[in-house]
Design a protein around this ligand. Sequence first.
Ligand code: PEP
Ligand code: MN
Length: 635
Amino acid sequence: MMIPMIIVLETGITEKEKTYIRDFLTGQGLQVREIVGEKDTVLGAVGQVSLDQRTVELLPGVARVIPISKPYKLASRELHREDTVFSVGHVTVGGSRIVIIGGPCAVESREQILEAARAVKEAGGVMLRGGAFKPRTSPYAFQGLGFEGLRYLKEAGEATGLPVVTEVVAPGDVEAMAEYIDVYQIGARNMQNFELLKTVGSMGMPVILKRGLSATINEWLMAAEYLLASGTDKVILCERGIRTFETYTRNTLDISAIPIIRKLSHLPVIVDPSHGTGIRDKVLPMALAGVAAGAHGLIVEVHPDPEKAVSDGPQTLYPEQFRKLVHDVEALAPVVGKEVARLPENHHLRAAVGETVQFTGDSCRVAFQGEPGAYSEKALKHYFPEGRAESLPCGSFEEVFDAVLKGKADWGMLPMENSLAGSILENYDLLNLNPDVSIVGEIKIRIRHNLIAHKGVRIEDITEVRSHPQALAQCDRFIRDHRWASIPAYDTSGAVADLSRDRDARHRAAIASDEAARVWDMEILKEGIETNPNNYTRFAVIGRRENVNVSKPNKATIMFEISDEAGSLSKCLAFFARHQLNMTRIESRPIHGKPWSYSFYVDLDLPEDISTFEGAAEEVKGAVKGFRILGMYRV
Ligand code: PEP
Ligand code: MN
């Protein structure tokens, strides 16, 4: 038969066997890629030779051979089931992060690109774009500053810490450009310039591949295949609109290409709403549409003074509009289970506790309650930079505090409040009891419950479902409709873990996160079975107080006890009002051992100048019995 093929290796394969298989395949004139997945390791073999599948199947260490049916091989999800995730400098592309790239269409001058870079960074963008070689429709239009422009771009990237991306138009420039840039961009007009693709691919560096003006999704993936086959595995696909009969917009942004690409390919895919519409005020809505459709990022044109831009001014955002775009994408991200990527120095935790957090070096350890795959683990994976947090499962919330206090973990992740079920008061009490621990940050994630069972189990086979009581309650309609028995378990992922160990339990299902299904190698029978889709949980990140050196907090959580007399609460609240501090939440809690007396937990927004808060805190302290700042942090 004809290759290419996917060769799934046996789990116990020796290095010697693997080398033998590799050498055998390359000896046949094939190109071999090793892909290490969570569950298995596969070799992808592509080339222009034909080879009998059975010959490969008989090699020691080979579990099975699967021919790849799609015309694109290295780009196809058949070869690589998990999403491709890679780093560009300190920025992670792919997975659960949304990477926002901003910058002008063209580098026009040193000052212009430096100013643009500062604006992009200040707004929360994580990469800088700017063309130095511009493929223009007219030979008389500005063609770009060439290598001089690349020098300015590099300087702007270094000044701000933003990795830089720029378009390459000529195979002859590829090598010389490498020292100036972090990511090559292949423009729409060059998507099928195969010599350019081969040369760029051979550099092994990250590449943004724009979709051609009239390229089908298949042709686009075939172009990606050229890059991959030439030696890079860091390809980002970019939907930037296609040519249709519509003339109102510059191009027709094909949002449907995003979920299609995500199904067909493992490569990250981003959206360019600027070229996709050509109209400044259509950029924000289409950026949001792209993210809602599942894009891993956005590339947006932004200029310090768009009216003066030498190219693409009408579609270019003002810095203020770009800031709003980042802000709105931040609000949308949790709805689609993602987080906006941040530079390490802009990370909330780094901003709150300063140099104590070294995201660029070793990873940190984070304790959470539950089994692997718990929602708290999902929260910590979202909060900390990708791949930097090692999770430490704990049996109870007390154990999380203990792990943090004893230094077994650097940080802890605690659920504090669910949008439907209310506060997890146990954690407020534990914060109160442990003055050496402080809140250092927070994150909100959407809770999407899934029905999970053994592989091959059908929904009709199920008679009972197990999970944490809160999860069962949140899926009550679905459970009632199926007339299943609901059985409470200690935690959501624990219910999946137990089920996975009981191989014969084919009448039982568990309710937990998608992550829990993945970790315990179980099947999701139905996604999103919660009754109310507005199901979010707010988590607090905790750390040892001695490690916290708050520099720019914007939120505080405090606790105080008041005496049982008329007006004592309103007196405290008046201090906040007088200092113009916005209270975002207040909750009362009975004090243990003192029936009918209460402590209050209050969240406050902090102004830039935190001395206002300190002033109010002093006044409150003087008027109450117990007073504690549970944390000042950045959200
Ligand atoms: C650009 O990014 O400025 C550009 C020219 O894009 P495209 O190749 O998508 O037209
Ligand atoms: Mn442009």
